[in-house]
Structures are given as C-alpha cells and as structure tokens.
Ligand binder design. Structure first.
Ligand SMILES: C[S@@+](CC[C@H](N)C(=O)[O-])C[C@H]1O[C@@H](n2cnc3c(N)ncnc32)[C@H](O)[C@@H]1O
Length: 390
C-alpha cells in the first residue's frame, strides 16, 4: 500500500538546522533573503561582506547535502547574483554551473533610470559532467505551443472538419501573431485531414549511409515513382513504412515533386528549456487566495517553480529548501505530485521570527494538506535568536 509523501518543516535558523541534516537531496532550492526592503531585525547592511558572510557558512553544506545527480536552483536578484555566483563557483565548481535563467516577471520598481524587471534562477549541478554522461535531456513545454494547438483545434471545429477551411482559419489567426511567436513554432501552419497541426521538413539524409532507405515512393494518385533524395531518405525502410502508414509523409500534386516529412506540433511541443522567459509574477496574488494567510513579501510563484523543479528533478525527488518562508516549495511539490502521481518530499527550514509561522506558513500548510492530502510534520529544534531575516 502506498503512503503519502511525508514533508517536514524544521523550525530554526538554517545555520543550525543544515548542520544536523545528513540525507542527501536531489534538489536544493535556495531563495535567500535579498533586496531586504527594510525588513531587517538585526543589522544587515547589504554590503558584499555582509551578504556573503551570511550565506557562506550556510552554503558550505551544499556539496555534502547533494546526491551525485543533485541540482541546486537559487532565486536571486540583480544586486546579489554575482556574489552568489562567486560563492557557488567556489563551493560547487564553476564547471558545474548549468546556467543562469532570466525571469522577466514585470516590476514594481519606481526607479527613474532603469526599471529592473527580472530576477534570476541560478542553476548548478553537483556533477554536471556525470549528468551529461547519462544522456539526461531536460525538456519543457515550448512557450506558446499549447496556444497554437488550441487555435488549430478551434479552426478545425469552426471549419467542420474540412482541412482546407480549417487551415485558412488557422492562418488568419496566425497572421497578426507571426511576428511575436517564435519562428520555430510559426512554421507549424498546416492542418491535415485529421485536424493535426504540422510543418513539413526535408526528408533527405544528411550523410550517405547504407542503412538509409533509397526506395522510391509511389505517388498515391499518379502511381509513378517520386524522386529519391541524393543521399537517400533520413530513415531506413522499416521507419519509412511506419511513417507512410501513419500518414506522416506528404506527397506533392504529382510524382515530379519530392515527398516531404510531416512534423506534428503535438509530438514536438517540448524543447530544451531556454535561459530567458517572461511570466507575470503571481506569487502574492496566489498566496492572498489562501484562507487565513497574511501577506508575505514576494512569495515565489508556484507555476514557475513547478516548471523548473519538474524539469531538473525526478518525480520522487527529495527536495531541500533552507529558506522556506511562506512555504511555496511545499505547495509546488504537492501540486506536482497531484499532477503526475509523483512522490516528491520536501524538507524545509523556517525561521521562527515575527509571526510568519502562525500568520503565513501554518494557514498555507493547512490549505495544502486539505487540497492535496499530503501531511507535513513540523519540528522545533532551535529557538536561538535569528541572525538575519528578509
Ligand atoms: C526570499 S524569502 C523566501 C521566500 C520563499 N521562497 C517563499 O516563496 O515564500 C527568504 C526567507 O528566508 C528566511 N530566512 C532569513 N534568514 C534565515 C535563516 N537564518 N534561517 C532560515 N530562514 C531564514 C526569511 O525569514 C524569509 O522568509
């Protein structure tokens, strides 16, 4: 019988709690205090030495707490990103920096010279070479792919299942959007007789190899052989037969045109994630809908974290969040588990300062437990005075 994943919240200064942890984690999410905006209990003057001095003794635990394929994702802003990079390069090795994601989430910045609208997600691996050696491929849904598929579906329904009519309608929808949608996507502008959105691609093999198919294809109307690409087809005979059977070869008007390959968008709706994305910040609005939860400065977005956690870690990942704050990471893991049946578990550390536990974290945990049915255990192990808060 399977039991619910057990999440744990440890109350205390993460400086103390991290030192007590021994189990390795598949994913460590860091959202340290930055851009403090004046909410400071003890002196924290935002100078390089202060911030790195605060972070260094905490981050020093990372290598020990990561599995061999472990990943660190850190949320950070423009003011501290370079400090964080120096610290993480030192601790995990610059060669293990996977990349830095720019999240343009719009801004509430009243600056007169430059309105900085983005944050970063800095990603490191414990051992990037080892991850690459396993052939791991990160995939994410291509932005806008679902919008395109939905538009094609509406065009198909409005065209009452007539492919020409549906294609005409879809292209009318696409025309004003061509300039803003990624080119790789707008190439998908044809609708076939099953209502599927597709593009055509070159069927020729990039290099000559004996295993490729060199068989001429017969035109379905004229019955005569169509031209074969110079270096043969991209696939072998068996794959070509399968593609013919699945209707994935598009013939021209007659046998004088070389047939093309059909690439369906629904089969290519994911891609290697890009390092820049735009998504309006939703964290505060989301938290405001949690019954009984007080406002919290800049909670992270469930959707954004869910997308990245899902990209970089398996569905049974053990996740550590040393700066749990309002508990977003707990909700992310539970929402992902609910969506894919996974068994992600979260260990979070929350500083017992102000009324954050009573006013924000507890109501949110209650809400998540009700919605997702996954229990959260809380343990108080350290009640010393906090050193720094956001
Ligand atoms: C940027 S916020 C994290 C927000 C969180 N990701 C969310 O979505 O709610 C940083 C959090 O770290 C907490 N914090 C600051 N110093 C800490 C410490 N020494 N140990 C544990 N948490 C700490 C702050 O109280 C604050 O809640």
């Amino acid at each position: 019988m399977s039991t619910s994943p057990q999440h744990t919240v440890r109350v205390g200064d993460n400086l103390d709690v991290l030192a007590t942890l021994t189990e390795p984690f598949d994913l460590i999410y860091l959202d340290p205090p930055y851009n403090t905006g004046g909410r400071v209990v003890q002196a924290y003057t935002d100078r390089f030495d202060d911030w790195t001095g605060f972070m260094a003794p905490r981050l020093v635990h990372l290598p020990r707490l990561l599995t061999e394929a472990g990943i660190v994702i850190a949320s950070i802003d423009d003011r501290e990103v370079h400090h964080l990079r120096v610290l993480l390069d030192d601790l995990l090795g610059a060669h293990n920096h996977v990349g830095t994601i720019v999240w343009d989430g719009s801004t509430i910045n009243a600056n007169h010279l430059l309105s900085v609208s983005h944050d970063y997600l800095v990603i490191y691996a414990k051992d990037l070479a080892a991850i690459k050696a396993t052939g791991t491929r990160w995939r994410q849904e291509r932005p806008d792919a679902s919008t395109m598929l939905e538009a094609a579906d509406s065009a198909w329904r409005a065209g009452h299942g007539n492919a020409d009519e549906a294609q005409k309608r879809f292209r009318a929808w696409l025309l004003p959007r061509r300039a803003v949608l990624p080119r790789g996507l707008t190439e998908y502008d044809r609708i076939d007789e099953n209502g599927s959105l597709y593009r055509v691609s070159d069927p020729g093999a990039p290099s000559e190899q004996a295993s490729r198919s060199f068989r001429p294809l017969q035109h379905p109307v004229t019955g005569r052989d169509c031209p074969v690409p110079k270096r043969g087809w991209r696939m072998n005979d068996a794959s070509m037969d399968r593609m013919l059977e699945e209707g994935r070869i598009e013939f021209g008007p007659d046998h004088t045109t070389q047939p093309k390959l059909k690439r369906m968008l629904q089969d290519n709706a994911t891609a290697v994630p890009r390092s820049v994305f735009r998504q309006e910040r939703e964290g505060a609005r989301h938290l405001a809908r949690v019954e009984g939860a007080a406002a919290f400065p800049f909670p992270k977005d469930v959707d954004v974290l869910a997308r990245w956690f899902d990209t970089v870690a398996a569905d049974n990942a053990r996740i550590l969040d040393p700066f749990l704050g309002s508990g977003t990471t707990l909700e992310v893991a539970m929402a992902l588990n609910a969506a894919d049946g996974g068994e992600r578990t979260v260990t979070g550390v929350v500083l017992d300062e102000g009324r954050i536990i009573e006013d924000v974290l507890r109501p949110r945990i209650r809400h998540c437990e009700q919605v997702y049915g996954e229990p959260v255990a809380t343990s108080h192990e350290d009640r010393r005075t906090p050193t720094v808060v956001a």
